[in-house]
Ligand binder design. Sequence first.
Ligand code: GH3
Ligand code: MG
Ligand code: MG
Length: 468
Amino acid sequence: MSARILVVDDVPANVRLLEAKLTAEYFQVITAHDGASALACVEEHNPDLILSDIMMPGMDGFELCERLKADPRSAHIPVVMVTALNEARDRVRGLEAGADDFLTKPVNTLVLISRVKSLIRLKHMTDELRVRRATAGREIGLDFNAPLGRRARFLIVENSRLAAEQLTRELSADGQEVTWEPDPDAATVLSRREDFDVLIVNLRLGQADGLRLCAAFRSQEQTRHTPILLIIDDNDLPRLSQGMEVGVTDYLVRPFDPNELRARCRTQVRRRRYHDQLKSLLFDSVSMAYSDPLTGLFNRRYLFAHLEHKVGELDDSTKRLAVLMIDIDRFKLVNDSFGHGFGDEVLRGVAHCIADGLRDSDMVARYGGEEFVVVMPNTTAAEAVGVADRLREAVSRLNFVTPGADKTPLPVTVSVGVASSSAAVSTVDALIESADRALYEAKRSGRNATVVGTPYGTSHDSLCAEAG
Ligand code: GH3
Ligand code: MG
Ligand code: MG
């Protein structure tokens, strides 16, 4: 895991200590010695995580955190406050300032690294989400501290009733919904049946091993990505790395401060929500990224991905490929005479007509404004010409009625350039170029025509004749 971490502390020795520990884990570390230079550093280096001291001359850590969280350009960067004492007051103040986590000095290396890794994983997820949102053309500016929306559902696996009641009290006070299950086997079954946002597991479950339960959660489909918060005692710290191995997302050492519990639980809920959003965005953006909104056909991007794949198959000498480049004749005139809206209607009509006239194995995409490309596997040039003529015929029979009072039927025709694979035409570019040149010829010959393309240097006529 690589990431850039900003360490802020006014005591140079403290900075060096954290820097050494983080560098040993191959993190890239940048440093600042006060709040003002930290803000400048964030602007310049865009870190993935900030570790900040609280007591600093001038701007203290709380104010720094508040400023970072108030700025949309830095609000999504996780901030960990490093507190000198295990001061409950500082933690409350830190939470109010928007801190994402706390570390207590002197900083335990294992604790430091696992917290840092956990938050960086989350940061990477939010980054991905921001990119996808931007790509999908949605509003950017994901608010890292946005309200968590609906109540989150927690499953607590804890054999002590007292401990479970304490956890339930704290989380319920924070507006969360809590289910308690003392038995690990029953918990596994329950987690498959119901949808939980976060799983809280006590490492010591009487006779049972909490880590075994965590491993079970990770191995079943329903909870593979559900955050797991492990609860341990001080002397269990050595088992923590095993826990991280198994896929535990974060942990709490008993006795814990209720504020810390809430902060960590909120972070886990966010993690879960991001994951869900990413999944649905991925699905949306796949279809959005590959389809043309006006016609519903595949777009140019998909066409090229598809063609690459199809051309790749041509190494097998039994495979052939034909491509049609179809362009509506004098379409500009349609727009100019009857308006863009009517032009769109004609585009959609022609698109559907082409799609309806193809085999299932053929693919049609909108190549550009009023141009379409059809990709036909296992098709010879002669067969492709047959398809092209049939499509031209079908388009010319379409019934477009012009807007306005007189409602005259408007004839629409297309011209088609045909290209087929051969030794000379065996790349995507060569196929497209060949079809494009043939289309140009079809336009020149008077439109509403089909012409077969030739690779450069080949006689056009001879191939036309071959196509029959
Ligand atoms: P040719 O027979 O030589 O192909 O003539 P043409 O008028 O069809 O070709 P030209 O390239 O001059 O004009 C294409 C027109 O297609 C121009 C452009 O405004 C229009 N067009 C491109 N995309 C859209 C669209 O999404 N909707 C509408 N209504 N028109 C579009
Ligand atoms: Mg045209
Ligand atoms: Mg055109």
